[in-house]
Ligand binder design. Structure first.
Ligand code: FAD
Ligand code: SF4
Length: 326
């Protein structure tokens, strides 16, 4: 690694000031350090602004409105929190599915939302003798389109087809959470569903994620998080689904179904939600709804298999809420 300054911020304001110019925020460092070390950033940062030294950003609190999660809360604390496990179960399940215990002990929820994509062209270090200067790095081409795109987007890709790697983002989208960020101009609240864009997220330079607010989920809403991956541990999703479905008197009253790892951002499967709303759920209906979830899919040359996995997970997520008598 090259020399860089390591600045320990004492407040969010200090971090914002220090994060102007050629710098990078560092929290748990589980993604940031490999990006720096492998020379994957547009410029080698002169300053790493450590926000782990800011007090008060690592707590989970519940009040009448819902949950407030400080951006420095570790994934380990999320998966272990009795409140999160009991009332916001898909968030605990998503956190538990990430990496290894070592990763989860270091990684923060803020960092999980802001982590960079895992496209292997993008992540190939120029130190290996061959880096890929693709669209996402400001280059002229996406190497995945004509190359090995088996893990890339089947929905919503445009110029860049890397998928959003964050598992907590999928759960938080289904829970209709907001992200509170602070920048030079003050605070703003961004719904998680609007946080991600094709080339990353909507943060402006120097803006810092401070807190995640999760409203109370509907009481009757059953939550399910499903993640299909090649290995049972330490692996990113090939496809994931998070759902919150409320059934009263056997009839679906509310449905939120979110697809992960199939697009550059979490995707709400609105067609599938509409297909089950107001209906009594059975296997045929779950299958039909799952078909609609992938109706707009445009697979690349090597990833059409993701369509079948998505359909299977959506169907399972819907049926997980069915009344046991059926
Ligand atoms: C072996 C391994 C397996 C993994 N598997 C998974 C997986 O299955 N699913 C999954 O979702 N993730 C997975 N990850 C990614 C991991 O979850 C992220 O690396 C981690 O969550 C990042 O958190 P961090 O605190 O370490 O962030 P850092 O590495 O410190 O930062 C990551 C990025 O976010 C920015 N950042 C951090 N905090 C903030 C903030 N508060 N405000 C603004 N910007 C910020 C940094 O500048 C940097 O760009 C895996 C990682 C490893 C190493
Ligand atoms: S998918 Fe995105 S990150 Fe990967 S090569 Fe294409 S432009 Fe680059």
């Amino acid at each position: 690694m090259r020399p860089f300054e390591h600045f320990n911020a004492g407040t969010v304001g200090e971090a914002i000031l220090a994060a102007q110019g050629n710098s990078r925020i560092i929290a748990g460092g589980t993604d940031c350090l490999s990006m720096v070390k492998n020379r994957l950033l547009p410029a080698y940062p002169e300053v790493l602004v450590n926000i782990k030294t800011i007090p008060g950003l690592g707590n989970i609190q519940e009040d009448a409105e819902g949950l407030k999660i400080g951006a420095l809360t570790t994934l380990a604390n999320l998966e272990d929190s009795p409140t999160v496990k009991e009332k916001y179960g898909i968030l605990a399940d998503a956190a538990r599915s990430i990496g290894s215990p070592q990763v989860r002990n270091m990684a923060t929820i803020g960092g999980n939302l802001c982590q960079d994509v895992r496209c292997w062209y993008y992540r190939r270090s120029p130190l290996t003798g061959r880096g890929y200067f693709c669209y996402r790095k400001g280059g002229p081409v996406c190497f995945a389109v004509g190359g090995d795109n088996r893990y890339h987007a089947i929905l919503g890709g445009k110029l860049c087809f890397a998928v959003c790697p964050s598992d907590t983002a999928i759960a938080l989208t289904a829970l209709e959470a907001d992200i509170i960020v602070q920048g030079k101009a003050g605070d703003r609240k961004i719904p998680v569903k609007d946080f991600f864009v094709t080339m990353g997220n909507v943060l402006t330079p120097g803006e810092i994620v401070k807190e995640i607010r999760v409203p109370k989920p509907p009481k009757e809403g059953k939550q399910t998080f499903l993640k299909f991956r090649l290995r049972k541990a330490i692996d990113f999703a090939i496809v994931s689904v998070a759902s919150v479905i409320a059934i009263e008197g056997g009839v679906c009253q509310d449905a939120r179904i979110v697809l992960g790892a199939v697009a550059p951002m979490p995707i709400r499967a609105r067609n599938a939600e509409e297909a089950i709303m107001g209906k009594t759920i059975d296997t045929a209906m779950a299958e039909a709804a799952a078909m609609t979830a992938v109706a707009g899919a445009k697979p690349l040359t090597m990833n059409a298999y993701k369509i079948e996995i998505t359909k299977a997970l959506v169907k399972r997520a819907i049926l997980a809420h069915r009344k046991p008598a059926e």
